[in-house]
Design a protein around this ligand. Structure first.
Ligand code: ACM
Length: 707
């Protein structure tokens, strides 16, 4: 028997759960204000606000899984683990066939109509029930439940909060089955721990595919036993780095990623790109080169620089045999159905050469009983039935549709459609996470234009292969399998508008990933999950704003995009009075001076007004910082744009040398001068250390806690 939720009625406690249960749910004061409607992302298909005080989790709350199947019990354990750090509760996961009171009930026996990922969620005074058709739907529902709790639940340390879930009734299922994100681990290597962290970040928004771009000119990242040079030589470079010895996944590493992803109901899609983007293989395997000589490994930033030798039969055979070895090895480690064959950016290949490559790669994939995926260029060549093409065109392609000068991409898509391929939509001017948000973005590129959050959100997969007015889609709606965000990582350094130099700051890959993916990955997750009719930018930006505090609590260094009204002070809206500390020392006006031009220092924090700064958000998203003892503004002296320039207090002018961009990074914030882009930096952790502006270095002396 399945317990069903009825708002306002006492739960009946059935004897099949052998624990002593409180007969009433946690009492709530009669005066309790209704909890605000929770801002769920992706937007559920339907969500009704209930009445009453909601359900408050306590240490006595149980997670009741109404089935013994291990996958569903695993979701229960996952939820208990998720809640433990912030709440301090070790919630008991219990089995049984009926629901106890004061419980989060996970019921995998919902109707078939819910599909593999649909779920319903009901919360009221006595508990929460998530119902689905199996464990995967429960997992998606648990991600929604998580968002119904206060933002502090995302903290990995114990927080004091009332862990209340607002009363609500949600019914939900995805628009598209395939909702992916691509990580370019080839151009910038992501260690296993960082991939796992990213999996968790993406799973929270119901992403269910992780596409790993494992091979490119700058690196080969997956060990293949029969071809040890691929990782010995081909993995020794990244974009901007040389000399690596462990910049690849061993079979055990890759299995660990696959199994971690599976525990989050996410399928790994490995990409072996070719016949272009192959310099790392050409550097490792001599017979793939026309002169049978290995090329030098490559750590630069160019694209379109490489091609397997396909100009004679001997080398075609060598490439075919190479592909068979590689694809067999990768397929053996990959339980998911897809092998992504790349196929992009091969300007030097003739169509006969390209076709021969695609045939060899597709044959090797079919031999392993896997489904071919590829960038939409692969549509030019004959493909096995059921292949999936990943569209990465942009507005310029859409503008050309129906004219006499349709772009090459449009032609390739037409050929893919003609042979019945399915499509994943990753339009570069909406879904490429390496495109800069705006001119201030320190990372990435802008060849497909800037992609502010609104652009990542406001598009429809059903019309994105049509004209700009939304008509004339080339890919029929029923051939669209889903959406994928793509995080390329060749420009994963600060100052990326120029090529790197010795002072360039290279953040940890995860820091780059967080900044470029948040808030855009949640926006794209909603594009893939929510019905088009339920999506509205103005509504989304308000829901999204409530996720800033969640990311802050989780330590995700997101971009506080100026087009989102982030709430303060717990979010990134920093309006208010704060102390700024680094290494235990506070930003300080020495001697509480009121004299303009007095240089700022850091000093042991003591809570005095000369260590208090009033933050006021400006229309450009930057802040002015006014000292509470002097009433003067933190100012880069003389409006200097040079590293090393002094930071002093000065009469407030509103000029850009008094505006500071606060960017969350792990362990605090950086504060960049809006004029120079250089970071507020103290000289040391000694008392009286002078404060200057300096190039970003990743140093703790540039990371400020805003208290
Ligand atoms: C691509 O952006 N080259 C798929």
């Amino acid at each position: 028997m399945h317990w069903s939720f009825r708002r306002g009625r006492r739960l009946v406690v059935l004897a099949s759960v052998a624990v002593t249960l409180p007969l009433t749910a946690v009492p709530s004061p009669a005066s309790a204000a209704p909890a605000p409607a929770a801002a769920v992302v992706p937007q559920p298909v339907s969500q009704l606000a209930g009445q009453g005080p909601g359900f408050t989790l306590t240490a006595a709350t149980r997670i009741a899984v109404l089935s013994g199947d291990s996958a569903s019990v695993g979701v229960g354990t996952y939820l208990a683990d998720l809640l433990a750090p912030a709440t301090g509760y070790t919630l008991q996961v219990v089995g049984g066939t009926s629901a106890p009171a004061n419980a989060v009930v996970l019921d995998p026996g919902g109707p078939e109509s819910l599909g593999a990922e649909g779920y319903t969620l009901s919360s009221g005074g006595s508990g929460v029930v998530v119902r689905a058709r199996g464990a995967q739907g429960l997992f998606r529902g648990v991600q929604t439940l998580r968002q119904l709790l206060p933002a502090a639940v995302e903290s990995r340390t114990r927080q004091s909060a009332s862990w209340t879930v607002a009363p609500t009734e949600i019914s939900d299922s995805p628009r598209y089955e395939y909702r992916g994100v691509m990580l370019d681990v080839a151009r910038r290597f992501f260690p296993v721990a960082q991939v796992k962290r990213y999996i968790d970040e993406a799973a929270a928004y119901k992403i269910n595919k992780l596409h790993l771009h494992l091979t490119d000119d700058q690196g080969w990242r997956i060990a293949v036993d029969a071809l040890p040079n691929l990782t010995k030589v081909g993995a020794s470079t990244q974009s901007g780095f040389t000399g690596g010895t462990d910049w690849y996944y061993t079979a055990a590493d890759y299995r660990e990623i696959v199994s971690y992803a599976a525990s989050r109901f996410m399928t790994v899609v490995p990409e072996i790109d070719g016949p272009g983007h192959t310099r790392s293989a050409l550097a490792s395997v001599p017979e793939l080169n026309c002169d049978d000589r290995a090329k030098a490994p490559y750590s630069g930033f160019d694209v379109g620089i490489s091609l397997y030798c396909l100009s004679d039969q001997k080398h075609k055979d060598a490439t075919r045999s190479f592909l068979q070895t590689v694809i067999k090895a990768v397929a053996a480690l990959t339980p998911g159905p897809y092998i992504h064959l790349g196929g992009d950016e091969t300007p030097q290949a003739t169509s006969e050469q390209y076709d021969s490559y695609v045939k060899a790669a597709a044959d090797a994939t079919a031999a392993e009983k896997k489904t071919v995926m590829g960038w939409h260029q692969l549509g030019q060549s004959p493909l096995p039935a059921g292949s999936l093409l990943q569209y990465w065109g942009e507005d310029s392609d859409r503008r050309s549709i129906g004219t006499t000068t349709e772009t090459t991409s449009v032609g390739e898509v037409r050929k893919g459609v003609a042979q019945g391929a399915g499509f994943i939509m990753s339009p570069s001017d909406h879904a490429y996470l390496d495109m800069k948000y705006d001119a201030s973005t320190p990372y990435g590129l802008s060849w497909s234009g800037y992609v502010p959050v609104q652009r990542s959100y406001e598009w429809d997969p059903a019309t994105v292969t049509g004209k700009l007015d939304g008509t004339g889609a080339i890919v029929p709606a029923q051939k669209i399998a889903g959406v994928e965000a793509a995080l390329w990582a060749d420009r994963a350094y600060r100052g990326s508008s120029a090529l790197p130099n010795s002072s360039t700051y290279w953040p940890a890959p995860q820091e780059y990933a967080d900044f470029m993916s948040f808030p855009r990955l949640p926006a794209l997750a909603e594009v893939g999950w929510s019905p088009q009719s339920a999506r509205d930018w103005n509504d989304f930006r308000q829901r999204l704003a409530q996720h800033g505090p969640r990311w802050t609590a989780a330590g995700i260094g997101f971009y506080a995009a100026p087009d989102i009204a982030w709430p303060g002070p717990s979010g990134t809206g920093l309006d208010g009075v704060h102390t700024l500390t680094t290494g235990g020392k506070a930003l300080d006006v020495p001697g509480s001076s009121t004299v303009p031009g007095t240089r700022l220092v850091t000093w042991t924090a003591h809570g005095g007004a000369n260590q208090k700064w009033s933050f006021t958000r400006q229309s450009d998203g930057t802040y002015t910082l006014v000292n509470q003892a002097s009433g003067l503004c933190a100012d880069v002296s003389g409006g200097s744009t040079s590293a090393g320039a002094a930071v002093a207090q000065w009469t407030c002018t509103g000029n850009t040398n008094q505006r500071w961009t606060a960017t969350p990074v792990s362990g605090g914030y950086t504060l960049a001068s809006a004029k120079s882009g250089l970071l507020l930096t103290t000289a040391s952790t000694a008392d009286d250390a002078l404060v200057t502006q300096q190039a970003a270095s990743g140093s703790a002396l540039q990371r400020w806690t805003i208290g």
